[in-house]
Design a protein. Structure first.
Length: 216
């Protein structure tokens, strides 16, 4: 009986200590600070991959949280992202769809082994997330299918003023996807400097040019 009493008392003491430990657990802010410190201690500048890559803007901070941003924060993210879009010089949105297909197939670039941002052009890696051309049988499904993207939206002539809205939307989505969806997972190709203006025009042609295999 005495041994049982001692065992029960020990168990109660253990639970009490556990609860006491929980009572002084670090706050969410403290845990975030600890995580940030660990990240900074684990990375270093290497090639084009600098410590700046650890800095988060409002969209990244809000959308990497365990809670969805409030409507007010989401709206602010979208407004800031929309303001960041740089529209093409001279209103020329369309390049060569053949070059766009090469970019869509190419997933290289922006790695720490690249010694300079100008060492070689990045790819778009579009097939990693989307179906685009029917000829390609290997593609991701993280994003929606883009096959017949322009055809479905009635783009028969990219110069037709009637298609201006979809042309501008497509450019904006490629430049900074968070302008249209605060927590979009799509890379912000223009905003982040992943693709330059000329490359984006080629991707635009792949999606919208009626002669592109995407729209056949």
């Amino acid at each position: 009986m005495r041994k049982t009493t001692i065992a029960v008392a020990a168990s109660i003491a253990a639970v009490t200590l556990t609860l006491a430990g929980c009572a002084v657990a670090p706050s969410s802010a403290e845990l975030d600070a600890q995580a940030a410190a660990m990240m900074k201690a684990s990375f270093r500048d290497e090639g084009i991959a600098t410590m700046k890559r650890l800095d988060q803007d409002l969209g990244q901070q809000a959308c990497s949280s365990d809670k969805q941003p409030s409507d007010a924060v989401a709206k602010k993210i979208e407004e800031e992202s929309m303001a960041s879009i740089r529209w093409p010089a001279g209103g020329q949105y369309i390049g060569d769809w053949r070059e766009g297909e090469r970019l869509a197939q190419n997933g290289r670039g922006m790695t720490w082994t690249d010694r300079s941002a100008a060492s070689s052009a990045n790819g778009g890696n579009c097939y990693n997330c989307h179906q685009i051309s029917k000829a390609e049988i290997s593609f991701g499904t993280i994003g929606p299918s883009l096959y017949n993207y322009g055809k479905i939206r009635g783009v028969k002539d990219v110069a037709d003023p009637a298609t201006a809205a979809i042309v501008q939307y497509t450019w904006g989505k490629l430049w900074n996807s968070k302008a249209y969806s605060a927590c979009s997972n799509m890379p912000r190709f223009g905003h982040a400097g992943l693709l330059d203006e000329t490359q984006l025009k080629h991707i635009m042609a792949l999606l919208l040019d009626p002669k592109s295999p995407v729209n056949q």
